[in-house]
Structure formats: structure tokens, C-alpha cells
Design a protein around this ligand. Structure first.
Ligand SMILES: CC[C@@H](C(=O)O)C(=O)SCCNC(=O)CCNC(=O)[C@H](O)C(C)(C)COP(=O)(O)OP(=O)(O)OC[C@H]1O[C@@H](n2cnc3c(N)ncnc32)[C@H](O)[C@@H]1OP(=O)(O)O
Ligand SMILES: [Co+2]
Length: 137
């Protein structure tokens, strides 16, 4: 089952410029920045009530965020839903005909395991599933 919206991902050209703007907008400090090398992105996180805003800056000129900005400009890039069991949700959604962009959960930011669904099957919206990484046994 999909729980709450965990975060909304926003593609930006420059975190240096966008962080102070979102701090002012949300009236709360950025609580974390993190490079997610596997995704080629620099991220910055803000709390917004029960949800989060994730700013995404490309870490290289050919990354997915750079490509997105080149095509569509800065703006909302994806919506991430929290799930309790990412493997079960991936299985359910694949069986329902959605296109999973990764076959197994992969490392996300903020200690999460994530999976993306192709926007072609979701009315043009890139969807991310994310689950808190279980503590190492
Ligand atoms: C920081 C980690 C993690 C977290 O923990 O939260 C993140 O959020 S990482 C975020 C960045 N990573 C990803 O987005 C990974 C998943 N995305 C992809 O695999 C690709 O971006 C994609 C969705 C498969 C698109 O890649 P590609 O096919 O190479 O790009 P194109 O430019 O050719 O696009 C094809 C088609 O799809 C449209 N598109 C692309 N991105 C989006 C988007 N974010 N939302 C909606 N639509 C999107 C693009 O416009 C093209 O459409 P057409 O032009 O109509 O063909
Ligand atoms: Co995200």
C-alpha cells in the first residue's frame, strides 16, 4: 500500500541559489544536503509539515536532472510515495502493468531504498517509491 507523499522532487539548476530561496519560502532551514553518486545528483532536503521537499541539482552535465532541465526547465521532477514494503509494492505494480525503471530497490537519499516508475504509464508524472532502509542486523 502507498502511504503518504514522502517528498516532492524539484529539479533546480543551482542548489546554492535554490536553498536560500526555499528556506525563505518554507520558513525552515535545509536540514540535509547529500550527494547521491549512483543517481548523479546533489540533493537538499526541507521539512514541509508531514512531507518533504527534495531539491535536485545535476552532479554532471549529462545527468538525468540536467537532461530534464534542458527539455522542460526547472520545476517539479517527481513525486515520491512512502511504502512499508518496497518489494511487495514493486511486485504489485509490475503485475498491474506499470513500467519499473529498476528491477530491484536501489540506494536513494536520506537512508532510503527507492524505485522509479516510468512517467509514460503514469500520465506524464515520474513516480518514486521509497522505504526507510532497514537497520543492519
Ligand atoms: C536522490 C535519490 C532519489 C531520492 O532518494 O529521492 C531521487 O529522487 S533521484 C532523482 C533522479 N533520478 C531519476 O529520475 C531516476 C529515474 N529517471 C529515469 O530513469 C529517467 O530520467 C527517465 C524517466 C527514464 C527518463 O530518461 P530518458 O528516457 O533517458 O530521458 P528523456 O529525456 O529521453 O525522456 C523520455 C520521455 O520522458 C519524459 N520525462 C523525462 N523525465 C521526466 C520526468 N521527471 N517527469 C515527467 N516526464 C519525464 C521526457 O520528457 C520524454 O518525454 P517525450 O519527450 O514525450 O518522449
Ligand atoms: Co526523490
Amino acid at each position: 500500500m502507498m502511504d503518504k507523499i514522502e517528498h516532492i522532487g524539484i529539479a533546480v539548476k543551482s542548489l546554492e541559489a535554490a536553498i536560500p530561496l526555499y528556506e525563505q519560502l518554507l520558513n525552515t532551514p535545509c536540514y540535509k544536503t547529500e550527494l547521491v553518486a549512483a543517481e548523479n545528483v546533489n540533493t537538499a532536503f526541507f521539512n514541509a509539515g508531514p512531507n518533504k521537499i527534495e531539491l535536485l541539482e545535476s552532479a554532471s552535465p549529462d545527468g538525468v536532472i540536467a537532461k530534464f532541465i534542458e527539455k522542460k526547465g526547472e520545476g517539479i521532477h517527481h513525486i515520491a510515495f512512502a511504502v512499508a514494503d518496497i518489494d511487495a509494492e514493486m511486485k504489485r505494480l509490475a503485475a498491474a502493468g506499470f513500467t519499473l525503471l529498476n528491477e530491484t530497490p536501489k540506494q536513494g537519499a536520506d537512508n532510503k531504498l527507492v524505485c522509479f516508475l516510468h512517467p509514460k504509464n503514469t500520465n506524464g508524472v515520474l513516480i518514486e517509491l521509497c522505504m526507510e532502509k532497514p537497520a543492519a542486523q
